[in-house]
Design a binder for this molecule. Structure first.
Ligand code: UDP
Ligand code: MG
Length: 319
């Protein structure tokens, strides 16, 4: 257990993609928070905030650059192109792990309540390595997003993943957790699944998810679906097993059907049989395509992993 008077260096890591509209306010709030915690001697005065520009097309980097030059606590990291939220976050975590005792990841739109950061730090100081921020309810999300998330976490749970339901990437990780994370080389990154795999002691803090401050969600339906699918297929082979299970059941059913058809020859009770011929054909064709599709998804994943391309490329760094 760490000493209570221990003043850790805390880094807040925030990936930004086209967020020029909110950055001003986000930076102000986080900066005030850091100053307040430093003033109250809860954290070291070397604590910082780092904004990662994930290849934004708007003026996000200009805003970050200005803030980083003006304020001692703000740092900026510019990636060479858009690599997506997960990889951008990873870039921030791996680049700044050496500069802090613990890193807190948070979205740039302030949907995650910054008021629980102090509690996260308290928990860390009492010896907890991973502190998960979990949304209490999702009243500000659309009906669709709320329910699709519900379904997603239900499926994930059924597949025996130890992912924390309703935890987005708002969390504190200690230095050694991120060092362990750097050994996970997968290209199809799904941090919510990897962090629980790493282990160490954890705690959960519940908070209310707020409305996005400004700008639009960068996760339209298509992106959300592919993110969820990636989460499932990166951590579970249950879909593959499901396919073989479906195949087996159909095989048994077909066995009975052919037995019945064979008997019908002797009883003279033959059916005209159009439906019974055509229907199974379509049915099996469908199942087969579905199965091949799922297997293909995994092969695609293997392909991406085998190439071992870098997950992000750093363009500029302002400290
Ligand atoms: N983001 C990113 N790269 C992307 C898409 C999003 O860094 O390609 C960032 C975005 O700027 C925000 C966070 O990821 O800080 C979460 O995105 P968003 O708020 O749009 O997602 P939502 O809250 O709607 O699920
Ligand atoms: Mg958001």
């Amino acid at each position: 257990m760490k000493h209570v008077t221990f003043k850790p260096v805390i880094g807040i890591v925030s990936p930004c993609y086209n967020e020029e509209q909110v950055l001003d306010e986000t930076e102000k709030q986080l900066r005030n928070l850091i100053f307040d915690l430093v003033d109250r001697e809860l954290i070291s005065d070397k604590s910082f905030i780092v904004f990662i520009d994930d290849g934004s097309k708007d003026g996000t980097w200009d805003v970050i650059e200005k803030k980083a030059i003006k304020s001692v606590v703000v740092k900026g990291l510019k990636l060479a192109g858009n690599v997506g939220h997960q990889n951008a976050l990873l870039a921030g975590l791996l680049t700044y792990n050496g500069d802090a005792d613990a890193l807190i990841s948070i979205d740039a739109d302030l949907q995650d309540d910054v008021r629980i950061i102090e509690e996260m730090i308290q928990k860390y100081k009492s010896g907890v390595d991973v502190v998960y921020g979990v949304r209490k309810e999702r009243p500000t999300d659309t009906f669709f997003k709320r329910n699709s998330a519900l379904l997603f976490y239900f499926l994930i749970k059924k597949m025996k993943s130890n992912m924390i339901p309703n935890h987005a990437d708002y969390r504190l990780c200690s230095n050694r957790v991120i060092t362990a994370l750097s050994d996970f080389n997968e290209v199809n990154l799904f941090l919510r699944g990897i962090i629980p795999l790493i282990g160490f002691n954890k705690e959960i803090i519940y908070y209310d998810r707020l409305e996005r401050l400004a700008g639009n969600s960068k996760f339209p339906f298509r992106k959300m679906l592919s993110f969820a699918w990636n989460g499932i297929t990166s951590f579970s082979t249950v879909p593959l097993k499901l396919v073989s299970a479906i195949g087996f059941v159909i095989f048994i059913v077909c066995l009975f059907m052919s037995g019945y058809a064979f008997l019908a020859i002797f009883t003279g009770d033959t059916v005209p049989g159009w439906l019974s011929t055509v229907l199974p054909m379509y049915f099996l064709g469908g199942i087969q395509l579905f199965s091949i599709g799922i297997i293909g998804e995994y092969i695609g994943k293997i392909y991406a992993e085998v190439k071992q391309r870098p997950r992000y490329i750093i363009d500029k760094k302002i400290d």
